[in-house]
Design a protein. Structure first.
Length: 119
């Protein structure tokens, strides 16, 4: 079902974020390629090293990180994803997206992507 899917997981700031480790394991076990964007608040609930180890890839936290071609990081992430999954879906992230606020990396990716976004 997930084989060869590119899934961008957005992690937000809630105690429920600890369950994202299981989600990542499940997605990868079923053949998905997974990347993560973690909000500033989300970093209080998940461990960067644990996520990077599960993903075998870096995690993204900063809107102003750059790729080698000097494009803002949200554009390549938005283009890369087949689907964006936001977990947990906090009131903060839902409110920002509903009115088009893009004040950090995750909301910028959501507004820039053509992929389906699941909350």
């Amino acid at each position: 079902m997930f084989k060869d899917s590119k899934i961008l997981v957005g992690i937000t700031g809630s105690i429920a974020a600890y369950k994202v480790y299981d989600l990542i394991r499940l997605l990868r076990r079923n053949g998905a390629e997974v990347r993560c964007v973690v909000t500033h608040a989300g970093m209080h609930f998940v461990n960067k090293l644990t996520l990077e180890t599960l993903l075998n890839h870096r995690i993204y936290t900063d809107l102003f990180d750059e790729y080698a071609d000097k494009r803002a990081v949200h554009v390549p992430l938005a283009d890369w994803a087949d689907v964006v999954v936001v977990v947990p879906a906090t009131a903060d992230i839902l409110a920002k997206v509903s009115v088009g606020i893009a004040d950090e990396l995750l909301t910028s990716v959501i507004l820039a992507t053509q992929a389906n976004v699941l909350f």
